[in-house]
Design a protein around this ligand. Structure first.
Ligand code: NDP
Length: 329
């Protein structure tokens, strides 16, 4: 028997409710690898799946948790054996499949990544989907020619999960990082992660009035989308790239094509869910080498299963700072 956060749906009212329940191994879905989960995290999508679902959850009862790290307990696949340390992000685990808010999880071997040397299961979840995605974004910007001598890099939603890890990685790689936040009280935190400029959210969240503004940023990691992304496109330096990661500020894009046509700006889409295995390995290796672990520790807020209903609501309100690490034991 083991504990998990289970979301149930009342068929009459259509309302969902989440509570910690005791489950048995035979209730887990069929798949090749059973993992004893050490840690999970809270991402924006988790907020949706702990709550009304946001259209992501297919069936109830449901166990959310879009990422986890732990130890293989049983495996029908040659790639994994009991005792192996593994991490999982994406593949719609925690949405379409039962996820990491559980002391045991059963998943497909293809979805797992062996934990890289130098990172333990707690650190892997301090990074989590948000940090992994921040690393994918840095890699995409580099692949499009970004180097520290090109100029400052903007990070939007900087005090959130993706933004915090992106700020720390970029600063560690020698970039001048401008951090956009709507919470002025996080300025000290962001500076400690390595930001050299704090940009108040109000400066960037007004709708585009002029398609081109002064050329400020060599690159951008954008967790916000909407009007802010549209404004940022018009402020990019010639040939600069924006990694579009999130929609915390909206899914629309009220922009013009002028920055693409007159400044050769690149808009790079970042998806962490369906990333091919080789790129996952590359990103986790880069996390191990390029993210200073003491900065990662400064982002962590610890939690347990019973804290999750509140934390899920908080992250949907943009009120979580850095990374929540959920200890399953
Ligand atoms: P967080 O809630 O931790 O961070 C989002 C941050 O965005 C907030 O902390 C806040 O930062 C800022 N923000 C929130 N609301 C608004 C608003 N209305 N206008 C402007 N800024 C706002 O979430 P995550 O970092 O985990 O995820 C960020 C986004 O990235 C989400 O949309 C998520 O769905 C997406 N995502 C996408 C992935 C992919 O594969 N493409 C993977 C992981 C996440 P501050 O207080 O500093 O302003």
């Amino acid at each position: 028997m083991f504990k998990a956060l289970v979301v149930n749906k009342d068929e009459d009212s259509g309302k969902t409710s989440a509570a910690v329940e005791t489950l048995s191994l035979d209730q887990l879905p069929d798949a090749e690898v059973t993992v004893a989960v050490d840690y999970s995290t809270v991402n924006y999508k988790d907020g949706l799946c702990i709550g009304p679902g946001g259209g992501l959850v297919r069936r109830y009862p449901h166990v959310p948790g879009i990422d986890f790290a732990g130890t293989v307990e049983a495996s029908n696949d040659d790639r994994y054996k009991p005792g192996d340390k593994v991490v999982l992000t994406g593949w719609r685990v925690g949405e379409a499949h039962w996820g990491g808010y559980s002391q045991k999880a059963r998943v497909r071997a293809d979805w797992l990544v062996p934990l890289p040397e130098g990172i333990d299961t707690r650190q892997a979840m301090a990074v989590g989907t948000a940090g992994f995605t921040a690393m994918l974004s840095v890699m995409a910007l580099e692949d499009h020619g970004l180097t520290p001598d090109r100029g400052p890099v903007l990070v939007t939603g900087a005090a959130g999960g993706v933004g915090s890890v992106a700020t720390a990685i970029l600063a560690n790689l020698g970039y001048d990082v401008a951090a956009v936040t709507g919470r002025p009280e996080t300025a000290e935190y962001l500076t400690a992660l390595g930001a050299t400029q704090i940009v108040p959210r109000e400066e960037l969240n007004e709708t585009v009035k002029r398609p081109l503004e002064s050329e400020n940023w060599a690159g951008c990691i954008d967790a916000v989308g909407g009007a802010m992304l549209a404004r940022v496109l018009g402020q990019m330096k010639y040939g600069g790239s924006v990694a579009a990661v999130g929609l915390a500020g909206g899914a629309g894009l009220p922009a013009t094509v002028i920055p693409f046509l007159l400044r050769g700006v690149n808009l790079l889409g970042i998806d962490s869910v369906m990333q091919p295995y080789d790129n996952r390995l590359r990103a986790w290796q880069r996390v191990a080498t390029d993210l200073p672990m003491e900065k990662l520790e400064a982002m962590v807020q610890p939690a347990t299963l019973s804290d999750l209903p509140k934390l899920g609501a908080d992250i949907l309100q943009g009120q979580v700072k850095g990374r929540v690490v959920v200890d399953l034991n």
